[in-house]
Design a protein around this ligand. Structure first.
Ligand SMILES: NC(=O)c1ccc[n+]([C@@H]2O[C@H](COP(=O)([O-])OP(=O)(O)OC[C@H]3O[C@@H](n4cnc5c(N)ncnc54)[C@H](OP(=O)(O)O)[C@@H]3O)[C@@H](O)[C@H]2O)c1
Length: 263
């Protein structure tokens, strides 16, 4: 896809990977629609972007009507929707046993249902256009979960299953659905997880990367869609090893989680 003047809608654009995506797509000359709950942050980002064509629309992705409102506002402003990045999300810390029921529910509502609502709002529009790319930001833990984050990882795995079905359903329509699988990324994610699960131990496990590295991989995916995107070079190896020998990965995960204070 040619990204110059393409209409790119990004959820969770007020921080981290979403914010980095806004800058990366703006550098390509795309027209942008940005959403998150903090409208003031979105306004600050919009005024710092090199692109002059930016729509800011505050919304909570856990609410279907608000997500639809964002997508509709994008089409009303720009006349089309070429790329949707379903990126908004958060995590909590805690073992499967210690994580409260309420956390399982609200994680699913934002991370999984937020993605469902985005896909369902965008698909009919993109099908009518005969073109479009939906990019769902999952995680490496969507393929291989770690101790101390099962409630979050389950939402990321749910995004993968959804994307796999959608991708095949859209075959031949000109619309693509892709999933992105970052490893630990330096954003506000850890701070938010700590705030959302006070008193529960946690910390990053495994290699780390920057939000800009993930955003660059997302831009490449929009230009040339791929079923699955792994912004860190080690990730495919981990997924393959886990398919062949999950017990070995269990052992590595146990040791790494003990070192990081998750266990
Ligand atoms: N950082 C990592 O290590 C990592 C690794 C793999 C995958 N990911 C995934 O990458 C995505 C982005 O995370 P990040 O690392 O960039 O975290 P971040 O810096 O905390 O940014 C999260 C973004 O999501 C938005 N958001 C959260 N809940 C929302 C809701 N209910 N409605 C609308 N917006 C919401 C936040 O905006 P408001 O608070 O303003 O609403 C913010 O813009 C997430 O899906 C996350 O699961 C992150």
């Amino acid at each position: 896809m040619e990204l110059r003047a393409a209409v790119v809608a990004i959820t969770g654009a007020s921080a981290g990977i979403g914010r980095a995506c806004a800058f990366a797509f703006a550098r390509e000359g795309a027209r942008l629609a940005l959403t998150a709950r903090r409208g003031d942050r979105l306004q600050e980002i919009a005024s710092a972007l090199p692109s002059s064509e930016v729509l800011v629309h505050a919304a909570d992705v856990a609410d279907a009507a608000q997500v639809r409102g964002f997508v509709d506002a994008t089409v009303a402003r720009f006349g089309r929707l070429d790329v949707l990045v379903n990126n908004a999300g958060f995590g909590v810390r805690g073992s499967v046993e210690d994580t409260p029921d309420e956390d399982y529910r609200r994680l699913m509502e934002a991370n999984y249902y937020g993605t469902v609502y985005g896909c369902r709002a965008a698909v009919p529009i993109m099908k009518r256009q005969g073109a479009g790319v939906i990019i769902n930001v999952s995680s490496i833990v969507g393929h291989r979960s770690l101790p101390g984050g099962g409630a979050y990882a389950a939402t990321k795995a749910a995004q993968v299953s959804l994307t796999e079905s959608l991708r095949v359903e859209l075959r031949g329509t000109g619309v693509f659905a892709c999933s992105v699988h970052p490893v630990g990324t330096a954003t506000e994610f850890g701070e938010v997880a700590q705030r959302e699960s006070p008193g529960r131990a946690g910390g990053p496990v495994g290699p780390q990367q920057t939000a800009e590295q993930v955003a660059d991989a997302i831009v490449r995916c929009a230009r040339r869609p791929k079923p699955e995107v792994y912004p860190h070079f080690l990730s495919r190896g981990l997924v393959a090893l886990n398919a062949i020998a999950p017990g070995i990965v269990d052992f590595w995960a146990w040791r790494a989680a003990r070192k990081s204070g998750r266990l």
